[in-house]
Design a binder for this molecule. Structure first.
Ligand code: FAD
Length: 473
């Protein structure tokens, strides 16, 4: 085979693309990955990873401001915005460089440039605007029997709320502020909006969040979202739900937003900066999809549970293939797509068991059905709850505000959903995800021994509560 012919070519090197490339190489496919901008995609460069680095700085800053809670003293606590951003960029770079290393280690060829589809199995790669990593192949024509699209997504733009990179930010600008705004309006209260709201509020900004739906964190269980809202309001967030930002008027260094309160009134709010966090849309354009007749619906490529599009030999995974637009979904989708190409018969993607996490303070994590969704499905359910205030480890950590909630099918004992708000719940949720994947019932969870003292004990207590056997509350 020549340098331009492969078994599998993956377009896009985000978590979906690069993990798919590794799995394809492991399965013995001659593999190439095309990237036009940055190895690691949005996740490593502008998404999951740099936000977590910023939020970690905020968390430590918060604790340093309240050392007395732990019997400690710290005077003149302050921060350097440039250093906070520098650390976050450094974390991103380290991981993005790691993707380059992984490609080399797995003998995946990196092709640097923007790919378009010419015909099934054929792509053209045009020169990229960014510098190619050492050893990458350049622009030209390439062929592969299987082409996997993993081009990701970009910020959704609402008319009247167009980001300008200066006063009205998307996550790109919000990730690298030159100075901290004193006041901030966040439009949209999904995970991205709330994480930035949490970061900037902790760093001292006056933060207002406007959400058009009746609850913040709209995909989460209503009780958990309401709990989180109370905590955010205690921290000084101003939150408007059922409200809509209808207009932004820009001044030299501020923006005045007109907000329809959803009750027939309007109000104006002047802030230093606005973050538009109203969702993301798939990067379906300029790929040649129309020419090949690839089915696209609501801005994303339509696929089956194994990543196959309606065009033989063409696959789509990750954000491009639709919600939930999460890195771990992208990775898993890519792995099963590749294994299906190899003929290994993997289980198709089960979206019902994909966890979702928001890394604000307090954190939020969930998997499966919310209470409302379970009822909508006509399920007869049992609900169990356990508060952080009843857990020894939570109290020792100084993190006694939180809630664990579980939902079971009353007839079968099947765990239908788990929802948590509080410290470290993004690490805990995986216990329930494993349980759900093993089709565990309440009986097995109640017979499992959890270590003491840990936050995880609350996961068992919530199960016990659903069956009238709670111990510590
Ligand atoms: C602020 C923020 C925070 C987030 N936090 C989390 C989180 O905590 N947890 C989580 O699970 N998810 C999080 N996400 C979502 C997560 O980043 C995405 O779900 C994930 O990156 C999707 O991976 P992907 O591989 O589908 O695409 P992407 O990561 O978007 O990568 C796509 C890549 O394709 C490249 N590309 C596009 N078109 C072409 C072309 N024609 N030719 C060559 N290359 C091309 C792009 O340059 C890009 O590098 C966050 C997102 C944002 C914005």
């Amino acid at each position: 085979m020549s340098d331009t012919t492969f078994d599998v070519i993956i377009i896009g090197s985000g978590p979906g693309g690069y993990v798919t490339a590794i799995r394809a190489a492991q399965l013995g496919f001659r593999t190439a990955i095309v990237e036009k901008s940055h190895l690691g995609g949005i996740c490593l460069n502008w998404g999951c990873i740099p936000t977590k680095a910023l939020l970690r700085s905020a968390e430590i800053y918060h604790h340093m401001q309240h050392p007395e809670a732990y019997g400690l003293k710290a005077d003149n606590v302050s921060f350097d915005p440039a250093a906070v951003v520098k650390r976050s960029r450094g974390v991103s770079k380290r991981l993005a460089d790691g993707v380059g290393f992984l490609m080399k280690k797995n003998k995946v060829s990196v092709i640097w440039g923007a790919a378009t589809l010419d015909a099934p199995g054929k792509i053209t790669v045009a020169a990229a605007k960014t510098e190619a990593p050492k050893g990458a192949l350049g622009p030209g024509s390439y062929q592969a029997k299987h082409i996997i699209l993993a081009t990701g997504a970009r910020p959704r733009v609402l008319p009247g709320l167009e980001p300008d990179g200066k006063l009205v930010w998307t996550y790109f600008e919000a990730m690298v502020p030159e100075k901290m705004p004193k006041s901030l309006l966040v439009v949209g209260s999904g995970a991205i909006g709330i994480e930035f709201a949490s970061f900037y509020r902790t760093m001292g900004a006056e933060v207002t969040v406007v959400e058009v739906l009746p609850q913040i964190l709209p995909v989460e269980d209503a009780e958990i979202a309401a709990f989180a809202r109370k905590q955010f309001e205690k921290q000084g967030f101003r939150i408007l739900t059922g409200a809509k930002v209808t207009r932004l008027d820009k001044q030299a260094d501020s923006v005045t937003a007109t907000i329809d309160d959803g009750k027939g009134g309007t109000q104006t709010l002047t802030v230093d900066r606005v973050i538009s966090a109203v969702g993301v849309v798939g990067n379906v354009e300029n790929l040649g999809l129309e020419k090949l007749g690839v089915k696209i619906e609501r801005g994303v490529v339509v696929t089956d549970g194994l990543g196959r599009t309606n065009v033989p030999g063409l696959y789509a995974i990750g954000d491009l293939a639709g919600p939930p637009m999460l890195a771990h979904k992208a990775e898993h989708e890519g792995v099963i797509c590749t294994e299906a190409i190899k003929g290994l018969h993997p289980h198709p993607l089960d979206k019902a068991k994909i966890p979702g996490c928001t890394y604000c303070t307090p954190q939020i994590a969930s998997v499966g059905l919310t209470e409302a969704k379970a009822k909508e499905q006509g399920r007869d359910i049992r609900v169990g709850r356990f508060p952080f205030a009843g857990n020894g480890k939570a109290i020792a950590l100084g993190e006694d505000q939180g809630l664990v909630k579980v939902i079971f099918d009353k007839k079968t004992g099947q765990l239908l959903g788990a929802h948590m708000v509080g410290a470290e719940v993004t690490e805990l949720i995986q216990g329930y995800v494993v349980a759900m994947n093993l089709e565990t019932t309440e009986e097995e969870l109640m017979h499992t021994v959890f270590p003491h003292p840990t936050l995880s004990e609350m996961m068992k207590e919530a199960v016990l509560d659903a069956y009238g056997r709670v111990l510590n509350a």
